[in-house]
Design a protein around this ligand. Structure first.
Ligand code: DC
Length: 230
């Protein structure tokens, strides 16, 4: 009988973590949790309330006012995942460049991380989850049965992100996107609190030359193996 497991998928911005994690969660009938969406929702709240992320006291005052919830509509194919901030569906607005430009700064604030990590651990308390982010395998679930670390060439990541943003009507240029991804990589890997780093026991998958279906198949086969042996 296969065991329930936690699948932790970490990696750089824009290398296909979320889409892979969603497809794997759907195939396993697991819950998908987008931890980056939580940091994005906090960032959106701060922007909406004109709170400068550099003003720690104001950020700390704001944190208890922020309620983040995920809603999954399992009957649609593929399932639709939506992020709610204080009751509002913010799934689209948290993906805008204005949020992307500030989110790494906000997610580097230790108190913000502590609050989000504690929510994430609660969401995975019964296993049966696929969670993607930057510190899931190293910090949120260091005992996850399967840890995947995804990488991809920066230019390839920027092309993919541009196509995604264009589909949503954004006009960001390739140069702006490359700059944003590179800056987020820099902040995410160099922050003092749980920086983005490959866990020792994570399996690295470079998606630069992989088709989407191939990367999903790789993670699925690793997940099935982990379910048998855990
Ligand atoms: O996965 P994403 O690009 O939506 O994440 C947005 C930002 O949130 C990313 O730049 C770094 C941060 N993040 C983090 O610090 N830790 C996580 N577990 C997930 C995201």
């Amino acid at each position: 009988m296969p065991k329930d497991i936690i699948v932790a998928i970490d990696g750089y911005s824009g290398c296909g973590k979320s889409s892979t994690a969603k497809a794997v969660a759907q195939a396993l009938n697991y819950t998908y949790i987008d931890s980056g969406a939580m940091y994005r929702a906090v960032t959106l709240y701060l922007l909406q309330h004109k709170i400068d992320p550099a003003h720690l006291a104001e950020v700390l005052n704001a944190l208890p006012q922020i309620n983040i919830r995920f809603v999954t509509k399992p009957n649609s194919t593929p399932p639709i995942y939506e992020t709610y901030l204080n009751g509002d569906n913010v799934e689209q607005s948290i993906r805008e460049m204005s949020v992307s430009e500030r989110v790494s700064e906000v997610s580097a604030i230790p108190q913000v991380r502590h609050a989000m990590v504690s929510l994430q651990r609660n969401m995975g308390a019964d296993k049966h989850v696929v969670m993607d982010g930057r510190d899931i395998g190293t910090n949120v679930f260091p005992h996850a049965e399967l840890k995947v670390f995804m990488t991809a060439d920066l230019t390839e990541r920027a092309h993919r992100r541009k196509a995604e943003l264009e589909a949503k009507g954004s006009t960001a240029t390739l140069e702006e996107i490359i700059e944003n991804l590179a800056e987020r990589d820099r902040i995410d890997t160099s922050r003092t609190e749980n920086p983005l780093v490959k866990a020792e026991d994570a399996v690295e998958i470079d998606t630069t030359h992989l088709e989407f279906d191939e990367q999903v198949a790789k993670v699925m086969s690793l997940a099935q193996e982990a379910m048998e042996i855990s």
